[in-house]
Design a protein around this ligand. Structure first.
Ligand SMILES: Cc1cc2nc3c(=O)[nH]c(=O)nc-3n(C[C@H](O)[C@H](O)[C@H](O)COP(=O)(O)OP(=O)(O)OC[C@H]3O[C@@H](n4cnc5c(N)ncnc54)[C@H](O)[C@@H]3O)c2cc1C
Length: 457
């Protein structure tokens, strides 16, 4: 019997449970076909993300080749046919990938595609620490409040030993595709070695200041593990092991970090259990909200032209780098869903196209948190004021100036709400409405609108 092992977004040679599976089962099958279904990025504006993906994939293929492993890189639509042609009778794959670019690449769609070809699928937990079925509350339901989930499962984190296999055994058991690997994306993406080095560096030098640094905007001082995890470059069990090993050095900061990683697990369990919330409000009573679908305002938000420098700087960060700080993800998503009252699903989709660390579970829940439609979401009456957020988190306007260079010579105090300082801006050569947009919305008026709508539901 031949089997197919799918390595979608599990771009690592170390601590890869799929390789361990092949090693453990090697006597039970004749030949193994390693398959990487290649994602496509058709929509306009996805180039940065596409390049990152292809670059990371290319680096992974080169690394595998060093170990004489040559997977088959094929289109998602060819999976069924490929199995028929190669007499593959069973598929093994990660059941918990959430970082796919298109929903049609998710586990439910893949399982259905193989079912249509009568091929059984074995799924393995590869990208998350917990199996959803092991995290239910006493009523057999997923925890819907993060602190309860955290209290119930934090103590279950433990140190793990490495997965057991030799790459030479995998090479011997797998068919070689002999496909040519290009070097077209040499400057894009990240290799597993880079990811591991950065992670070690982060543990050695930065995690000790996590609580303070995570809100610092002008530079990214957080781990950027979200990118690493989105491509499966480091095993989550290895990350947890490293965190527990170093824990006693600085419990406070390590615990804060672990808490965030647990958020990712929490959102994953909810998403696995309630996949429909990718498209509708988690909280049923908010499903009837009449959101705005104003395209012009939406485009101004996307392009960083709202007239609120802190929002525009963050959108420029996203558009230029494919990344955005967590604080700013919260601020811009609240701005879109509250100040502009635009459907969170539009924002969620824009992030999907742009974020190189896109993860459906974290993104959908992040957006529903901001829109107050999610589980354990921000209460609607705690609506962020963009000007206050700017004063608080970018006091010296260093982040604003980094992403909106036209403000380079303007004192920070005029940049949190430029509309109130037009005379001073003109003296600096900036005219609102000409050199920089006037504000798209009056926050006070928007706030009243939001309060009225939510109160009346
Ligand atoms: C509207 C919105 C959309 C988001 N979209 C995504 C997304 O598409 N992909 C994504 O990975 N994260 C998303 N997040 C969560 C969070 O912003 C990112 O995980 C974080 O900014 C990544 O940077 P980091 O790895 O340097 O984080 P660090 O601060 O170094 O945190 C370490 C790890 O903890 C996890 N984590 C941290 N904060 C969160 C959080 N709020 N929710 C879930 N997990 C968290 C991530 O895996 C992260 O890599 C979103 C948040 C919001 C508010």
């Amino acid at each position: 019997m031949n089997i197919g092992v799918i390595l979608n977004r599990v771009f690592r040679i170390n601590n890869n449970p799929l390789f361990e599976y092949i090693n453990q089962q090697k006597d039970a099958f004749d030949k193994c076909y390693l398959i990487i279904p290649k994602e496509t990025f058709e929509e306009k504006g996805t180039d940065k993300k596409a390049n990152y993906y292809y670059g990371t994939l290319e680096k992974f293929l080169h690394k595998l080749k060093e170990h004489h492993i040559e997977p088959y890189v094929i289109d998602y639509s060819e999976l069924g046919m490929f199995c028929t042609e190669h007499d593959i009778k069973e598929i093994v794959m990660a059941g918990d990938i959430m970082s796919y670019h298109q929903e049609r690449y998710d586990i439910r769609h893949l399982k259905q595609a193989f079912k249509n070809h009568d091929i059984p699928v074995i799924t393995i937990n590869v990208n998350h620490y917990f199996k959803p079925s092991n995290t239910m509350n006493q009523q057999g339901q997923p925890y819907k409040v993060f602190t309860s989930f955290y209290k119930a499962h934090r103590s279950k984190l433990r140190q793990h030993s490495s997965y057991q296999y030799h790459l030479s055994d995998i090479a011997n058991k797998c068919s070689q595709s002999q496909q040519t690997i290009t070097n077209d994306y040499h400057h894009d993406g990240q290799s597993e070695d880079q990811a591991l080095n950065n992670w070690k560096d982060y543990l050695n030098h930065s995690i000790q200041n996590y609580k303070k640094d995570r809100e610092y905007l002008p530079e990214v001082l957080t781990s950027q593990l979200s990118i690493v995890l989105a491509y499966g470059l480091i095993d989550i069990k290895q990350i947890i092991t490293d965190l527990l090993e170093g824990y006693e050095e600085n419990e406070n900061n390590y615990e804060s970090f672990i808490r965030e990683v647990m958020f990712r697990e929490f959102y994953y369990v909810l998403m696995a259990q309630y996949p429909h919330i990718a498209h509708e409000a988690f909280n049923e009573k908010y499903r009837t909200i009449q959101w705005s679908y104003n395209k012009e305002e939406f485009n101004r938000w996307c392009e960083g032209k709202t007239g609120f420098p802190i929002i525009d700087a963050a959108m420029n960060e996203l558009n230029e780098t494919g990344f955005m700080h967590n604080r700013m993800r919260m601020v811009v998503s609240q701005f879109l869903t509250k100040d502009l009252f635009i459907d969170w699903a539009w924002g969620e989709d824009y992030f999907r196209k742009k974020l190189i660390d896109y993860d459906a579970a974290s993104n959908v829940h992040g957006w529903q948190w901001s829109a107050s439609t999610g589980t354990d979401a921000v209460p609607y009456f705690r609506m962020f004021n963009p000007t206050r957020q700017s004063e608080r988190f970018d006091k010296d306007a260093l982040y604003i100036k980094k992403y909106i260079p036209i403000f380079d010579n303007v004192p920070a105090k005029f940049l949190h709400h430029p509309f109130q300082h037009q005379t001073q801006l003109v003296k600096k050569g900036i005219q609102l409405g000409k050199d920089y947009p006037e504000p798209i919305v009056d926050h006070k008026v928007a706030r009243e609108h939001v309060m009225t709508i939510f109160k009346n539901i």
